[in-house]
Design a binder for this molecule. Structure first.
Ligand code: PLP
Length: 628
């Protein structure tokens, strides 16, 4: 487990049991009355046809733990409650979940349900997100905020006003100055008084990857000049009372509380100025950015880690707002945050299989006829070969590597111009590998082929190099004997994972013996929503798992197979029924068999392929180590 740093990124939810399997404690560490869930048993139950009562879902598989979501929400709320209480802050914390992080119906419904006792709300950034937030919040607390961010047209604004009319606590946050005209116009037409917020473009800039939208030149928000014009216009229309919220978002994965406090302090100054100018300010909305420690390093200078705890984050926010408001004698506002990543990342685990490992055997010295090899080399390569042999005799290993490399380059050139045959080229490759192995410079890394699409399931790795913890979910009592990179099913050279947390370029892995399951952790935010259909691989199968009193300590409360080939084809406007008929006619035309048996078999095979998921069907094996 130490190899994969689980204790660093996994606490308090993930650890390893004495059988060497990853376990999940959905309620976090403080609850010893709940037994740990063995992840391998969950995977077997979901996918293994031999498992009693098994669901036979094809992999890849997303396993969701709603209790982890509950624990994340409660932990954030309690961190802020503590900060408010210990600092004598005069108002409260009331968060919203930005649905863009994972719009899955059950994720959003769970968040509304788990958060309603502490007025947790939702944030939407587009019309469909607003529609889903409106309908979900009908089941939440009437005080929960519904924050409307993103670029808005008249239709978006009228939807938000309708939401207000429906007694949902809706705030239209101006992302662009022009939106104000529409808000004034539509609110008059619909006879609804809006609650308006302003998104401020702060000067504070987050320099990490996720900070490109922050700072004065950032993509979003209003400049100070624009904010002043909005105040003037609202005043002119007698609507300054409607301005009640100030919002900003420095960027995701804020690395340190120092940067956070800087941004919150700047925003609190703007907030206080808006109070001075006569707005009825009530809420400061500090956006998202509460980070996740993906590699467990607690570092402040990396995109994959953060140097603070939830408690330190909350304390820094409350302190920064309080400090400014106290100096300006401004009533403490309600503090809202839009944490997405920090709420949903932990609750879902992506499980996939390694199906094969490419093996390359370095030739042994005894199997290699060095003398004959040298004689067969073309004239132009002789000097490189001679240099290589001489440095080997002298024991100058560094030069050996240099000359081996030169020899190889020269021989590749000769192969390209047609003067070296393929056996000679293979001989040169073998010799160079032999040299690397003999002097200990080669560190063989295998390629493990995984039944997954990186583009569909880990798009942030492909798009922005985001690293997630990946490890085998079983056999962890056994020392891994190999190093591997992961190569996916797509016909695309980018479809591989060759960077891992800790800066490693390979992952310690085991020899493949029977089923070998890997898990990608902390990917519950953004990955599902961003994933594409490259090579027409659709999303994984999905189950929801809760703790129960049964023999294994868990129950599967929902199970859905991933999209079939037909469903994925339909996304690209193909019509599977028409395609099938076309292929059936072709069978009738070309397959001339008596009694039609062969044709029927072929049509059956094609129909099954339309029906199945696009991933590899991997034969089930008896080699799973966990007892069912
Ligand atoms: N709010 C806004 C306006 C955002 O743009 C984002 C994401 O970038 C978030 C909230 C969520 O951020 P995070 O997932 O870092 O908490």
């Amino acid at each position: 487990a130490a190899l994969y740093r689980i204790d660093g990124w996994g606490a308090p939810y993930f650890s390893v049991n004495s059988s060497g399997n990853v376990t999940v404690r959905p309620h976090g560490s403080g609850t010893m009355d709940h037994q740990e869930i063995d992840l391998l048993k969950v995977v077997k139950k979901a996918s293994d046809p031999k498992s009693s009562g098994g669901l036979e879902l094809p992999l890849p598989l997303i396993i969701r733990f709603p209790d982890v979501l509950k624990n994340r929400l409660e932990s954030i709320q309690s961190a802020f409650n503590c900060a408010v209480e210990s600092q004598g802050y005069g108002s409260h914390y009331q968060g919203v979940y930005p649905v863009k992080c994972n719009q899955d119906r059950f994720v959003v419904e769970d968040i509304v349900k788990f958060g309603s006792s502490f007025r947790f709300g939702l944030e939407a950034g587009s019309k469909p997100e607003l529609l889903l937030a409106m309908s979900c919040l009908c089941k939440g607390s009437s005080e929960s905020l519904l924050i409307c961010n993103g670029f808005k047209d008249a239709e978006y604004i009228s939807l938000a006003l309708i939401a207000r009319k429906l007694s949902l606590n809706t705030v239209i946050v101006l992302e662009q100055e022009e939106e104000l005209d529409s808000v004034i116009d539509m609110s008059r037409k619909l006879g609804v008084l809006p609650v308006v917020g302003i998104r401020a473009k702060l000067r504070t800039k987050h320099s990490g990857h996720f900070g490109s939208t922050s700072g004065e030149k950032g993509k979003f928000g209003l400049t100070t000049t624009q904010i002043l014009r909005v105040v003037k216009k609202l005043e002119k229309y007698g609507m300054l009372d409607c301005l009640q919220l100030l919002h900003f978002h420095i960027g995701s994965q804020i690395p340190s509380t120092a940067l956070l406090a800087d941004g919150v302090g700047e925003a609190a100054q703007i907030y206080s100025e808006l109070v001075r100018l006569g707005a009825s300010m009530k809420v400061i909305d500090i956006g998202g950015g509460l980070g996740i420690d993906y590699d467990g390093s607690k570092s402040t200078d990396s995109d994959v880690s953060v140097g603070y705890t939830l408690e330190e984050y909350a304390a820094a926010v409350v302190q920064a707002v309080k400090f400014v408001c106290d100096r300006k004698s401004v009533k403490h506002p309600v503090i809202c945050s839009e944490s997405g990543r920090a709420i949903v990342s932990h609750h879902s685990i992506l499980i996939f299989e390694a199906v094969s490992r490419s093996k390359y055997t370095v030739p042994t010295l005894s199997s290699f006829d060095v003398q004959q090899f040298g004689e067969q080399l073309p004239e132009e390569a002789h000097s490189y070969y001679h240099n290589l042999s001489q440095s080997a005799i002298r024991g100058d290993y560094e030069s050996c590597l240099v000359y081996a490399d030169q020899l190889k380059q020269r021989c590749v050139e000769k192969f390209k111009d047609g003067s070296l045959d393929i056996e000679q080229l293979a001989g040169v490759d073998g010799l160079c590998d032999l040299v690397g192995k003999a002097i200990g410079a080669s560190d063989p890394v295998s390629t493990y082929h995984i039944n997954l699409s990186v583009f569909t399931s880990i798009p942030d790795f492909w798009g922005i190099g985001q690293l997630f913890p990946i490890l085998p979910i079983h056999r962890l009592e056994e020392c891994p004997s190999k190093k591997g990179i992961l190569s996916d099913l797509t016909c695309d050279s980018d479809g591989k994972i060759d960077k891992f947390i800790g800066g490693d370029s390979s992952l310690p892995l085991h020899e493949l013996e029977g089923k070998y399951y890997l898990g990608m952790f902390l990917g519950g935010a953004y990955e599902e929503a961003l994933g594409g259909v490259h090579n027409l691989f659709g999303g994984p199968s999905l189950i929801r798992v809760s703790q129960s009193d049964g023999p294994h300590g868990f129950a599967v409360t929902r199970a859905v197979a991933g999209p079939s080939c037909s469903e994925v084809l339909r996304l690209m406007q193909h019509e599977p029924e028409v395609m099938f008929e076309t292929l059936k006619h072709r069978i009738e035309e070309y397959v001339d068999d008596e009694g039609g048996m062969a044709g029927a078999l072929m049509a059956g095979g094609i129909a099954e392929s339309f029906h199945n998921m696009p991933y590899l069907t991997v034969a089930s094996s008896c080699c799973l180590t966990a007892a069912n």
